[in-house]
Write a protein that binds this ligand. Structure first.
Ligand code: AVJ
Length: 325
């Protein structure tokens, strides 16, 4: 574990425990101006369950739209992948999206799911092998935002990458470019990368997708405060915060915030943080692209656009990029 050296200059060091990094990030984020917390901490068991519920909400169009595009365009996507390729999935979530592709890829040499959670990977590999007995599954436990080595057995294969779910939207554009460059270095010359990218659209549609009528996204956002209470000895009353989702058109991103309903001081593991009424904690950015703005980002990271598909209503896109050979 690495401790951020800046922390010791401004505050007592966060205790070094299993949750030390989480606490350091929370203390850092609440001491910052404006206040912000990393979106990656949404996904504890409760948060992951809430996200699953989000994906089937009537207002939340991304998941079902991407699945539909993969269903309809599976054969066209498969035709772009080299024969006998190994498919590397960066941050393998549920296998639902992968399964859409697999049925069109009978000649796939291997599937390489990459995830930080070894436990999750093992379970996922097990079910996939059961359902696709001929498929070679070679999981890699790694943080996909940093360069990592591929298994020996796939190094000599043609490589393809898969990054669905518009996860790329959670990264600042500069970081998204850096990530695409890392993918390019891992996959190498001639590789094809298939990824899902959410599209810019009317503010009303975007804001409803992140502030649903049933309040599931609000619960997802507020769960971060519950998680801090549960895991970090937090003394936060989540009822004193309200969920807000707003489209920042200039930055082309949906922002999620937790807004303080009143002036208050909260405590986390013995440290206090003061809020003015209406002051917010910025908890997530979800960047939205046009087909061309995403192609331009990819080009800066060394990828050319092979093809891009959208649904009929232009809600979501799936891009196939190619690395110069
Ligand atoms: C998982 C990052 C793609 O940005 O749409 C959903 C997360 N946040 N509702 C997104 C999310 C609020 C989601 N991603």
């Amino acid at each position: 574990m690495t401790i951020d050296p800046r922390l010791s200059e401004t505050s007592p060091a966060a205790p070094i425990t299993e949750n030390g990094l989480f606490l350091a990030d929370v203390w850092d984020g609440l001491a910052a101006n404006p206040k912000a917390l990393p979106a990656k901490y949404f996904y504890d068991a409760a948060g992951s369950e809430l996200f699953e519920q989000i994906t089937v909400l009537p207002e939340y169009y991304p998941t079902r739209t991407e699945l539909r595009i993969l269903d309809e365009r599976g054969p066209a996507i498969a035709a772009l992948l080299p024969e006998g390729a190994a498919l590397v999935e960066f941050g393998s979530g549920s296998t639902a999206k992968l399964r859409r592709l697999l049925r069109h890829l009978p000649g796939l040499a291997a599937y390489v799911p990459v995830d930080v959670s070894g436990e999750f990977l093992t379970a996922q590999a097990e079910t996939l092998r059961g359902d696709f007995p001929d498929l070679t599954v070679e999981p890699v436990v790694a943080d996909f935002t940093r360069p990592f080595g591929l298994p020996e057995g796939v190094k000599d294969k043609a490589l393809a990458g898969f990054f669905p779910g518009s996860t790329i939207g959670n990264f600042e554009p500069r970081e998204a470019g850096r990530l695409l460059d890392v993918f390019g270095r891992i996959l190498g010359p001639g590789a094809v990368l298939v990824l899902g990218v959410d599209l810019v659209k009317d503010r009303e549609v975007l804001e409803a997708a992140y502030d649903d009528a049933a309040g599931v996204t609000a619960a997802f956002n507020l769960n971060l405060l519950h998680r801090i209470n549960r895991e970090l000895d937090g003394e936060i009353d989540p009822a004193r915060f309200t969920h807000r989702a707003v489209f920042n058109a200039e930055a082309s991103r949906i922002e999620m915030h937790l807004v303080s309903r009143r002036a208050q001081t909260i405590r986390v593991a013995g440290r206090s943080f003061a809020f003015a009424e209406g002051e917010s904690i910025h908890t997530e950015n979800s960047y939205k692209y046009t087909l061309d703005s995403f192609r331009a980002l990819a080009a800066r990271a060394g990828w050319t656009s092979a093809e891009a598909w959208t649904d009929r209503d232009g809600l979501f896109s799936v891009h196939a990029l190619r690395r110069a050979g």
